[in-house]
Design a protein. Structure first.
Length: 70
C-alpha cells in the first residue's frame, strides 16, 4: 500500500502525506446515499424476473404454553 501511495503521490507531484490527505478529502466529499429498506431492495432486484408469489398458510390460534409442573 505504501508503494502504491508513493507512486500515486509522485504522479500528482505531492508528498505521500499530502496525497493521503487529498484521498481522504475526496472520500469525505462524497455524500452517503440514503439507505434503502431491505424489502424494497429485494423487490427491486427480483422485479425484472416477474416477482415471486408465495403461498402463505393462514395463521392459526396461539397454542397454550406447556405446563411443566404436572
Amino acid at each position: 500500500m505504501k508503494a502504491k501511495l508513493q507512486v500515486r503521490a509522485a504522479r500528482h507531484g505531492r508528498s505521500m502525506e499530502e496525497e493521503a490527505r487529498e484521498i481522504l478529502k475526496a472520500g469525505l466529499r462524497v455524500k452517503d446515499a440514503p439507505q434503502e429498506k431491505l424489502g424494497t431492495a429485494i423487490r427491486r432486484y427480483f422485479e425484472p424476473f416477474g416477482g415471486v408469489e408465495l403461498n402463505i398458510p393462514p395463521r392459526e390460534p396461539i397454542r397454550q404454553p406447556p405446563k411443566f409442573d404436572e
